[in-house]
Design a protein around this ligand. Structure first.
Ligand code: ADP
Ligand code: ADP
Length: 238
């Protein structure tokens, strides 16, 4: 469902490429952790997959479609198929947890109705289910700005969940959280991954988290893939 072929990304002529000949395929059901130090290219990889960053050369294909060739409507549908979670959560601070979760439903059919905050009974039910499944029951009326970091990321995950995506992409989703909370968020992602049969791709710089939760680890350095295998194979390579 995801195919990258010889992808290069160069931000400036003369710069070293942020992605340097990246090739890999991934399918639903895989839980991939992309490991690498700051500057390795992890964020660029995420943005290249969701179509925010155009490859300088090479091809990114999601569900058989070349991401660089999409019309703006197809772009929007692609974004709706990709749930995103972020290091700094990207919530709207003054909206409640529940209201933030509704913003995940805008992508697929943006209309005056949902922009005006008018959602169907089915939408309300979907939001309630998402709140329940990320463990936020009781906090849904609290403003995002008044939630803890872990709770904020739970809102982020619920916002992705109501999109009903094919793929969940995380750009360092636990980099702002303490170790215990990071572990809880990874456990939540793992549980949802199993229920939803997503393709999950999450950037981390913590090797222990990657080894504990990933089905596959992609190691990056200087824009290149330097490791691609299971956690057990990674342990052998060390
Ligand atoms: P990571 O997420 O692993 O920290 P990034 O993808 O953010 O890595 O960065 C990879 C390289 O690309 C770094 O050298 C970084 O400085 C550079 N880079 C990232 N974003 C930009 C940008 N918008 N403009 C120019 N250079 C960038
Ligand atoms: P963080 O620092 O929290 O990791 P960034 O500020 O690096 O997040 O955000 C990464 C990029 O993703 C930004 O350019 C942002 O505009 C973009 N972005 C925000 N929301 C979405 C979304 N729902 N889908 C795709 N891209 C998004």
């Amino acid at each position: 469902m995801l195919d990258l072929q010889n992808v290069f990304v160069k931000y400036q002529p003369g710069d070293l490429p942020a992605l340097n000949d990246v090739t890999f395929q991934a399918e639903r059901g895989e839980f991939i952790c992309v490991l690498g130090r700051s500057g390795a290219g992890k964020s660029t990889l995420v943005r290249t997959i969701n179509g925010l960053q155009r490859p300088s050369s090479g091809a990114v294909t999601v569900s058989g479609k070349n991401v660089a060739m999409l019309s703006s409507k197809e772009q929007r549908l692609l974004r709706a198929d990709i749930g995103m979670i972020f290091q700094h959560f990207q919530l709207i601070p003054r909206l409640t947890a529940r209201q933030n979760i509704y913003t995940g439903m805008f992508g697929r059919r943006p209309s005056w109705k949902n922009l005006a905050g008018i959602f169907s009974t089915a939408d309300h039910r979907r939001a309630s289910e998402a709140i329940e499944s990320v463990g936020l029951a009781g906090f849904e009326q609290r403003r995002a700005e008044n939630l803890s970091g872990g709770q904020k990321q739970r809102v982020g995950v619920a916002r992705a969940l109501v999109q009903n995506p094919l793929m969940l992409l995380g750009d360092e989703p636990v980099a702002s959280l303490d170790p215990t909370t990071s572990n809880e968020i990874f456990q939540l992602l793992t549980d949802l991954h199993e229920q939803q049969d997503w393709l999950t791709i999450v950037n981390v710089h913590n090797i222990e988290l990657a080894k504990k939760f990933a089905s596959r680890i992609i190691g990056m350095k200087d824009g290149k893939i330097v490791f691609d295998g299971s956690p057990a194979e990674m342990t052998e390579a060390e």
